[in-house]
Ligand binder design. Structure first.
Ligand SMILES: Nc1ncnc2c1ncn2[C@@H]1O[C@H](COP(=O)(O)OP(=O)(O)OP(=O)(O)O)[C@@H](O)[C@H]1O
Ligand SMILES: [Mg+2]
Length: 362
């Protein structure tokens, strides 16, 4: 059992420091320059295994090959783009890759429509700039510049939301591995180990599509939705247990049946088909991702802990599920009501769940 951490959300390299140290100690395979671990050990860190006597917990649940391709890409001169629908662990995998490879997952740029070129290149401390003129001391390096200098990984979240001029700045960095600073007449040349891991959503298409020039600098790895219900229940249960520990919530071990029900609802509505393949359903507009299932269950556990008897019940998750499903007040409500009446109501073991959902639906 790990101790409750002093911050709400430690970085991966802090939270799993013991695992990373054990892997580094046991790892006798060749490491690319400036990598903390060999590619093989990085994959073990992500997918779980052992290092000496230390158990390495799985961070990502899914195809080994995908993670191998992702790790191998980072070891080449091409950048890595993790693509997928919302909640498929793109950010999560990116953070853990950076933690395992560079020991630092914090060189991060959040892509938004307002992200400026300085986020990729550098900015200035204007007080210093005015007082002393342009100098290295007045320069404020971007996470990308720091990563280049130290031979580390920089992370870019939501790459497709970056305005196109900012994307262009990235092309130079990725193809030349150099960042010129014309004001000082110098340039920063990337050290080995430098690379970029970006994530992008292929559902809510970014405001700006990726230019083909930029796309060519990336190898794309598509992270899929969990293949089966068991796999997805496993992911939700593990993550809920992790989150519950940081939030001091009751253990989720006896919540597996309820988790399975939440996951089943999400999967059925997401695919527009019941598990037995017999009834087709209206698909609501929300993403109904694994990540959302995780937050529905976590929210339910908080309700159970603070206002119930500590056991997760249908009534604790009903509100959260409805909130996740009904994003559009008209169309989604129809889809949800139809699902409740035609599917949930017919399942004899689901009566408590039906009642709870009807109660919230009003
Ligand atoms: N296959 C999986 N293995 C382990 N955890 C998973 C998996 N799929 C989803 N998760 C969990 O889902 C949560 C959300 O993942 P994350 O935020 O990385 O999604 P994302 O793909 O970046 O979504 P978005 O497009 O909304 O940014 C994380 O807590 C992660 O642990
Ligand atoms: Mg993300």
């Amino acid at each position: 059992m790990t101790e409750a951490p002093a911050v709400l959300r430690p970085h991966a390299e802090q939270q799993f420091a013991a695992e990373l140290t054990a892997l580094a100690a046991a790892d006798d395979r060749p490491r690319p320059t400036n990598w903390r671990l060999s590619p093989w050990a990085v994959v073990t860190y992500l997918l779980g295994g052992t290092a000496g006597d230390t158990v390495i917990t799985p961070k990502y649940v899914g195809s080994r090959r995908l993670i191998e391709v992702a790790v191998a890409t980072v070891a080449t001169d091409r950048a890595l783009l993790l693509l997928g629908v919302p909640g498929t662990a793109k950010s999560w995998v990116s953070e853990h890759l950076a933690a395992a490879i560079s020991g630092d997952s914090t060189l991060l740029i959040q892509g938004t429509a307002g992200t400026a070129e300085e986020a990729i290149r550098y900015g200035w401390n204007y007080a210093r700039l005015l007082a002393q003129g342009p100098s290295e001391a007045a320069l404020v390096p971007s996470p990308v510049m720091t990563a280049m200098r130290t031979g580390a990984l920089a992370r870019i979240e939501e790459l497709t939301r970056l305005p196109s001029d900012v994307q262009d700045a990235l092309i130079t960095v990725l193809s030349e591995k150099t960042l010129p600073i014309p004001e000082l007449g110098i340039e920063v040349q990337a050290r080995p180990g430098f690379n970029v891991i970006a994530t992008a959503n292929d559902r809510d298409r970014g405001v700006n599509e990726l230019s083909s020039a930029l796309r060519r600098r990336f190898n794309t790895v598509v992270l899929p939705l969990p293949a089966g219900v068991d796999e997805e229940v496993g992911i939700v249960a593990t993550r809920v247990a992790d989150l519950g520990r940081t939030l001091d919530l009751p253990s989720a071990t006896d919540a597996v049946a309820e988790i399975r029900r939440v996951v089943t609802v999400f999967r059925e509505l997401r695919s527009g088909l019941t598990e037995d393949g017999r009834t087709s359903l209206k698909v609501p507009s929300g993403s109904l991702s694994t990540a959302e299932a995780i937050s529905v269950v976590t929210g339910g556990l908080a309700l159970a802990a603070h206002f119930g008897d500590g056991v997760l019940r249908a009534a604790d998750v009903a509100g959260g599920i409805q909130g996740a499903v009904v994003k559009d007040p008209v169309a989604d409500r129809i889809a949800w009501t139809e699902y409740l009446e035609t599917v949930v109501r017919q399942r004899t073991e689901w009566h408590d769940f039906y009642r709870a959902c009807r109660e919230v639906a009003g």
